[in-house]
Ligand binder design. Sequence first.
Ligand SMILES: Nc1nc2c(ncn2[C@@H]2O[C@H](COP(=O)(O)OP(=O)(O)O)[C@@H](O)[C@H]2O)c(=O)[nH]1
Ligand SMILES: [Mg+2]
Length: 442
Amino acid sequence: MSGTIAAIASPAGTGAVSLIRLSGAKAFEIAGTAIGEVNLPAIRRTGLRRINDDRGVVIDEGILVCFRGPRSYTGEDVVEFTGHGGIVVTRKILERLIQLGAEPAEPGEFTQRAFMNGRMDLTQAEAVMDLISAQTSLALRSATEQLEGRLGATCEDIRAQLLGATAHLEAYIDFPEEDIDPAVGESLRTNLGTEKNRIEGLLATADQGRILREGVRTVIYGKPNVGKSSLLNRLLGYQRAIVSTREGTTRDTIEEVVSLQGIPLRLIDTAGIRESDDEIEREGIAMTRGQLAKADLVLEVRDLSGIAGPSPLDLPDGVKHLQIYNKLDLIHDSWKGTEGLRISCETGEGFKEMEEAIAKLLELDDQQWGDHSVAVNARHQACLIRARKSLGKAIVSMRAGEEPELTALDLREALTAIGGIAGVVDTEEILGEIFGRFCIGK
Ligand SMILES: Nc1nc2c(ncn2[C@@H]2O[C@H](COP(=O)(O)OP(=O)(O)O)[C@@H](O)[C@H]2O)c(=O)[nH]1
Ligand SMILES: [Mg+2]
């Protein structure tokens, strides 16, 4: 059995308070020793307690709460101590707990234990991470809905339907003298088709999921000095990249995330494209081309004041592209009739229109962003693709009237793949399903 783990759960550094967590069979015992003569507070009640060092000298005073497993985050006995948020004092408390027999927790170990003890499924454990790293309100909402278990529940439901179909088929395998009733076969096929459509539906959210978790890869591209870095800075609201009249200032790519109507845009400022003798700048220009190849969206910046001509752009298919004319403040009023999006990074003019144009291009007002109850990640996507493939094979073999054994084999594969999403995989369960649902003793 795994030991009792301890960790500082609040961020490293000085804060108003810090949280130290302890989980495992010895959590209460270790905490009890750490506070000395006094009793631990009653379960789920707060108590003001002092943590002492091995000589009985007080390290810190704070609020202590005990949760008895399985009704705790990890499903084990858990103690949480909220202390004064200093770096040294917090570390000393952790050291004391380790001295008393706790082991330092690995990253994510509390959540891993929660999964192992059945407190949450794998999709919920992943949602904890998504929630912590969410960079926009929409990403956060998607994570909280996954944490509530919606994706897990949907997958579990699909799996239950497939399990039912498998059980049905296996009953025929067990009694080979009986042919599959054509009506039953038809309804089984229809059910499998329905579940395949649900899998397709989940797969269709993968792009959305990637964008919510990682952001729309938005490359700011153009000739030197057109104002690419100025655009990044203004969208961010602070001076992240160096802006200069000197050409070739930006040599490295710079990435920062901003929120556009709740959708994270991962802005990538690049080195301006030109012929250059400077080795480092050439390297930067090569990186720009690499970034373009991976982009979801390219913001091509041009200088309205006319010094820099158009930059040749050879984009892969499917990359969204927006042309933006900058330095609107520099040009004469009578020129302002030029078509296209015109902005000034100096004054902020035209930014509202530009942001609306980006949102429109990304179809952010589209229905799909309104219904973000699930958005699968890359791991879920891989499982779903496997499930779709096996299920497709099962449907084809059923239609062709092949042996039920073959279909059942494909269905089992689909079951394993779907089960992998929430972290449930079984074989016993199919047997249980057969005996539970069918009257075998005929
Ligand atoms: N007047 C004016 N100058 C700008 C504007 N945007 C950028 N600049 C100036 O143009 C020069 C190049 O800008 P920078 O952002 O470094 O261009 P980059 O090489 O494309 O990254 C700097 O001197 C900026 O201050 C703008 O909208 N108006
Ligand atoms: Mg620049």
